[in-house]
Ligand binder design. Structure first.
Ligand code: GLA
Length: 695
């Protein structure tokens, strides 16, 4: 994997040959791949589409950008027809001019490979590259993500355009990195014969024999038994859970190969300082993001609110999810400058909300925040989307807010150089488990992401920092690990988790955990499957609830809703922390939460979806047994506090998401970087922000 890291020795050598002003800059390099050498540590960017405008217009755009402290443009991700107007005839001069023009305004460029939008000459020549929908209809040209990711013809053309771009810009000093494709075609697949064949071949390579596959998918059920690999369908809903899960994995593999095809040529042709990323979409679940981000230098995501207003918990969780993909800082490649155009109601965010969101991104580990988009094309599908300049090319009201963000980023950026988020608490998120639950929710009301969020909200308030990581991530640094929905829990994973607990870790499992193995088969033992012995308890029966059930015990009294599991003790070892009240008869007086010591740690099983108050009490208990302390200090309700540290520094971000002002008491004088003063307290208006360096 390439990184933008520059070794200390190389820096010293380069610095010695430079004039003094450069030397001063060069001393402030960080080793984070998300922070660009010789640039501010945190940056504002925008998506710019020079191909939509005459070159004579660019200078004015760039002047406005520079005045707004915009330091990055992402360009070209939809510009294939401008870059290759006809087959094999490349026109990249305009892009080179645009990059150079931006550089004159101290703006660096991220190049997008334009493969989300194959040009008309290509789809016309090879109509078979157009995707086939699950209903058998082939899509037409004129939208985006319309090509098939499995098509070898399409892959060949993608590779060629990436190669030409790599040749031309791989050593361009003003190109800092690459974005592959755009949002990876929303993981849309082509339901054509070729894709089906590839899926079957992939299954054959994985399962080796049909007998094996037939056993692991229990195809004896409903006479699904396959006698030939070519009989296996692409699932379009309602299919076998084993087949459905493998399809998701095949989709992941397809998009991983699809990006790999481009990454390979770009890496070969570009300087190692140029990063390679892909713009993801938070909790979008089309593929396994832990796998997709593996070959990338760092992860990026597109942070859109859509209708309504930012939910700080969910947005914070989504940032932390993205940070957890590679367990390092990330970029927000796109976010909305006010409103989007695709939601039910495309309301505008309130004044100050975009700034609060920008700082929240940084607080959670982003090093760049990019606004989509600079200016609307005069025609095209997204005419109504939020922008920074209007159709007349002059600033809209949002421009000033982004300019303020840019000024603030520039002012305090040094405090963030080399820093990232460190957490004592981890939440485990597993795509296999998420998909397995989605395929068979058992109750419409079950929302595993909402459950994850309820754990996150309660735990983050107390710990002020939470990582969200793969179930297979190294866990030894965490004092507390919670897995709210670990439905798919194969033996190897159970062994890893038990090692963590045995060595002193505190593990909390939520409902539906340990029901399935990696083939989405029911485990031949009760939940939590391979962890049952260690827990000394098990799930006797699960119940989708029609109405809430009361629960009481060490965490107080409250309600379980949506899902409740009747637990039992296998021996007197475990402690019952909570039990159900009167309910459906089956649950009455039965354990709802069990905990036990195991090795040097503890293992806890929560068998129900708890209400917010109980979740808070549960989180209090969890941080206590884990010995987790807040990353900073207590802050008033509605204020989000985050800490980044590293390179011998610690920096605190305070954001008031409450509708009223909040006063944060700091106990002693601290340095406020935005207000430029020292004080022992700070008054934050709604959406207000302060950056603090504890003295
Ligand atoms: C996505 C795309 C952008 C644009 C925005 C609009 O994130 O990547 O090209 O369409 O949505 O919100």
């Amino acid at each position: 994997m390439t990184s933008t890291r520059i070794t200390a020795a190389a820096l010293l050598l380069v610095a010695a040959l430079q004039p003094p002003s450069f030397q001063a800059q060069a001393q402030t390099q960080s080793s984070l791949p998300t922070q660009i050498p010789q640039r501010n540590a945190i940056l504002v960017g925008t998506a710019w589409y020079p191909e939509q405008w005459p070159e004579s217009r660019w200078e004015e755009d760039l002047r406005f950008m520079e005045a707004a402290n915009i330091k990055v443009v992402r360009v070209s991700e939809f510009a294939w027809s401008a870059l290759e107007p006809s087959e094999g005839h490349y026109d990249m001069d305009w892009l080179e001019h645009a990059i150079a023009a931006a550089a004159k305004h101290h703006i660096v460029t991220v190049l997008g490979t334009p493969t989300a939008t194959p040009p008309a000459w290509l789809t016309h020549k090879y109509p078979e590259i157009l995707r086939v929908e699950p209903d058998g209809r082939r899509v037409t040209h004129g939208n985006r993500a319309h090509a098939s990711a499995t098509s070898p013809v399409y892959r060949e053309y993608c590779r060629k355009i990436a190669e030409e771009m790599g040749k031309r810009f791989g050593h361009n000093p003003n190109v800092v990195g690459w974005q592959i494709d755009n949002e990876y075609g929303y993981a849309l697949m082509s339901y054509d014969d070729l894709t089906q064949k590839k899926f079957q071949e992939w299954l054959q390579a994985k399962y080796k024999t049909l007998e094996n596959l037939n056993v692991l998918w229990t195809t004896a059920y409903w006479s699904q038994t396959y006698d030939d690999w070519s009989e296996i369908p692409i699932p379009v809903g309602g299919h076998n859970p084993g087949l459905q899960l493998e399809w998701k994995r095949f989709v992941t593999k397809t998009w991983n190969d699809y990006q790999g095809n481009q990454i390979e040529v770009i890496r070969k042709l570009s300087d190692s300082r140029q990063f390679v990323t892909g713009n993801l979409m938070g909790f979008f679940d089309g593929f396994d993001h832990y796998i997709i981000t593996e070959p990338l230098t760092f992860a990026s995501w597109d942070d859109y609110v859509g209708s309504g207003h930012v939910d700080p918990d969910f947005n914070g969780l989504s940032h932390d999810l993205t940070r957890g993909f590679k367990r390092e800082n990330f970029w927000v490649m796109e976010t909305q400058p006010g409103a989007v155009n695709w939601a039910g109601v495309n309301n505008f965010l309130n004044k100050g909300e975009v700034r609060a969101m920008a700082w929240q991104a940084i607080a959670h580990g982003a090093d760049e925040v990019g606004y989509w988009q600079w200016r609307s094309a005069l025609n095209g599908q997204e005419q109504y989307h939020g922008t920074l300049v209007g159709p007349d090319g002059t600033p809209v009201p949002m421009y000033n807010e982004v300019r303020q963000i840019g000024q603030e980023f520039a002012k305090v950026q040094e405090a963030f150089r080399g820093t990232t988020v460190h957490s004592d608490v981890a939440l485990l998120y597993s795509y296999d488990s998420h998909w397995a639950i989605q395929f068979q929710k058992h109750t419409d009301k079950y929302d595993d992401i909402a459950l994850l969020k309820s754990y996150y909200r309660a735990l983050r308030k107390l710990a002020q920092s939470v990582d969200v990581v793969s179930a297979y991530a190294p866990l030894y640094t965490y004092k507390l690990v919670a897995a709210p929905d670990l439905n798919v829990l194969p033996k190897d994973l159970a062994d890893r988790l038990l090692t963590y607990v045995r060595n002193g870790g505190h593990l909390v499992l939520g409902p539906r955990s340990g029901l399935k193995d990696e083939h989405n088969e029911l485990l031949p033992q009760r939940q939590p499957g391979y962890l049952t012995d260690a827990l000394g308890g098990r799930v006797e029966q699960y119940y989708a609830l029609e109405k809430d059930v009361s629960v009481h015990g060490d965490w107080g009294t409250g309600q379980a809703s949506i899902w409740a599991e009747q637990l039992s003790l296998l021996h007197p070892g475990p402690k019952t922390l909570m039990q159900y009240g009167k309910s459906n008869g089956w649950l009455d007086d039965q354990p709802a939460v069990l905990t036990t010591t195991y090795g040097k740690g503890t293992l806890t099983y929560i068998g129900a979806v708890l209400d917010d108050r109980l979740m808070k009490a549960a989180a209090d208990w969890m941080v206590k047994i884990g010995g987790v302390v807040p990353a900073f200090m207590a802050v008033p309700e509605g204020v989000e506090v985050s800490v980044r540290s590293g390179a011998g520094k610690k920096v605190v971000v305070l954001i008031n998401f409450a509708a009223e002002s909040r006063r944060v008491e700091l106990g002693k004088a601290m340095k406020m970087l935005l207000r430029e003063r020292q004080a022992a307290s700070v008054e934050l208006g709604p959406y207000d922000v302060e950056i603090i360096e504890p003295l």
